[in-house]
Design a protein around this ligand. Sequence first.
Ligand code: CMP
Length: 147
Amino acid sequence: MPDFAPGGKELDCQQTLLVIKPDAVRRRLVGEIIRRVEADRFRICDVRLTHLERARAEEFYAIHQGKEFFAPLVDFMTSGPVMALRLERPDAVRRLRELAGATDPKQAKPGTIRADFGTTTRENVIHASHPDENPEQEIRFYFGNHR
Ligand code: CMP
């Protein structure tokens, strides 16, 4: 079903990347997370379960290189498989970040995925592309040139 802005104009679809992190895969939260994004009218365009090699995790999080949490973040992201999903809906990037909640689960709004399931700032269940951190490039990282 298409989405419409007030006045009846059809809204453009946008794509974003969701990564379900190793903590969530281990804790069998994949189904619940996908249920939530589908209930919010995201369409799943592509999905991939993969175990990142260290160099790949370092590349994905290169923007955080030099920060004190970088090495433990890479340890965590390579500690088990992740599930990457290419998702689509109008306003996808902003909306997925809203569903995700703040990076620190303790600061996240009640009802968001991180508030409900995150345990620490690092083990925060999912990654959702940030509008300033090139969602297109993040999608390509997992899915190559998909269009
Ligand atoms: P994510 O949205 O995937 O983007 C970068 C990740 O680094 C973040 O989620 C957390 O997993 C992790 N991270 C960010 N800030 C911190 C921090 N202060 N301490 C530990 N981990 C962090």
